[in-house]
Ligand binder design. Sequence first.
Ligand code: HEC
Length: 268
Amino acid sequence: MEPSRDNPLARFAAFWWGIGVVSLFFVVLLITRLAKGGADAPDPLEEAARLKRLEVRAKVDESQKSHLNSWTVSQDGSTVKANPDAVFDLIGKQLVASKPTASTDAAQVVPGSATAEKLAAAPAGDTSAVDDLTAPAGTAPDAAVMEKGKQAFMLCAACHGLNGEGGPVGPPLAGSDWVAGPVSNLIRIQMRGLEGPITVAGKEYNFPAPMAPMGAASSDEDVAAVLTYVRNSFGNTAPPVSAEQVKMLRSEVGKPALKQADLIPVAP
Ligand code: HEC
């Protein structure tokens, strides 16, 4: 048997060594602290920086105070000197009392709002001026415009049929008096949409859903192209529609959907 195993003191030698080393560490720490002249004495560098900060802060406060006290505020035409509290108070009240001005930009009007109702009551753009600009009967459409219009027509075809023959969700465009009639009607339908019963080529239709304002988000050129296309396809022949004509009726965007009665009547 090993003698060290029997001796309890020898068995715990490592423990006593540990205690010793830790105590020594604390003793050394204490001595260095005392040598520095007390644990609470501030670092001289830190102290210098702290004093400098206080000095700068005092300068900033002083300058702000003198500026704020020279503030003036205009009220009812007269300019008065005001302290910052009064200025903030007044500005706050003015902000709370201010109301945003209603937008009259047709594309931004909220449907059903007072502004929308006012716009709806406003007369349409000068439709006769638009129709007067229509090229004389027999004017052939531009081939490039027709090509552009054909592309755009894909959207219309969903409801009006690929050959404008009409279907369960849209009336025919082929042989429609509306399509061959006044250009202003067609442009306004694009800008505002169309709802309610409509008679096309002598037949009355009443679709469950209205036509949406398809042209509101398209350029003047695109609307002119698609209308020129439907006026010169599926057996229809009518003078082309110009981008200028479309532009003249942009103001219609944002107004409620048209009804047949809102359009210039065409032959049944
Ligand atoms: C979501 C289906 C739908 C789409 C897409 C659509 N329309 Fe219509 N369109 C209708 C409906 C429905 C009517 C009839 C509205 C009514 O009830 O008075 C109509 C009516 C018309 C009329 C007048 C009536 C007639 O048959 O001549 C024209 C012109 C017309 N649309 C052109 C177009 C053009 C051009 C496009 C593509 C830019 C287009 N529509 C896209 C559903 C649609």
